[in-house]
Design a protein around this ligand. Structure first.
Ligand code: AMP
Length: 187
């Protein structure tokens, strides 16, 4: 099973991805985690992306597409995976479709975590301080949300018109959301 998680920053995608990954034995592929690891290592990639990430912008499509191409070719991804944080633009989604088509494969489900703006802002406020991420500063959070609406939200329509989209109410407790998620992916 190949699953894509979509949703604004603060919707709880990372937590749900970890839970589904252990429940369904799927690799959890988080592009944000991979990039943060590169920054922490001080690799060339890390140096290239740090300031972009700290400002709440997206790193270049070509760069992240190459990272995903390599990652999904690793042995632990053959049994299936959850893409958490990729694709984030229509260009990335088209590249993913093309990449999979070459292997005769496709994405099985795209889960959209739905949360209204008031709830989202209060969750983001709670996250400040709780996690020490450089991009959790309030100005950067707002920028991340703006970038999400502008560049990532169109993917809901993109996948909706291709019939793969499943909406999950992300406003409940972690366990409630997980139940909805399991239903959405047929587990
Ligand atoms: P995340 O942890 O998924 O919120 O990602 C943290 C940051 O990493 C984002 O704000 C972007 O700067 C960068 N990033 C992660 N995934 C992508 C992606 N698919 N495309 C572009 N930038 C990304």
């Amino acid at each position: 099973m190949r699953v894509v998680f979509l949703g604004p920053p603060g919707a709880g995608k990372g937590t749900q991805a970890k839970m589904l990954s252990s429940d369904a034995k799927l690799a959890h592929i988080s592009t944000g985690d991979m990039l943060r690891a590169a920054v922490a290592e001080g690799s060339d990639l890390g140096k290239r992306v740090q300031s972009i990430m700290d400002s709440g912008q997206l790193v270049p499509d070509d760069l992240i597409i190459d990272i995903i191409r390599e990652r999904i070719a690793k042995p632990d991804a053959t049994a299936g995976y959850i893409l958490d944080g990729f694709p984030r633009t229509v260009k990335q989604a088209e590249a993913l479709t093309a990449m999979l088509a070459k292997q005769g494969a496709a994405i099985d489900a795209v889960v959209s975590f739905e949360l209204d703006e008031t709830e989202l802002l209060s969750r983001l406020a709670n996250r400040r301080g709780a996690e020490s991420r450089a991009d959790d500063d309030v100005t950067v959070q707002k920028e991340r949300l703006r970038v999400y609406k502008e560049q990532t939200e169109p993917l809901i329509e993109f996948y909706g018109s291709r019939g793969a989209l499943r909406k999950v109410d992300a406003s409940g407790s972690v366990d409630q959301v997980f139940q909805g998620l399991k239903q959405a992916v047929g587990r």
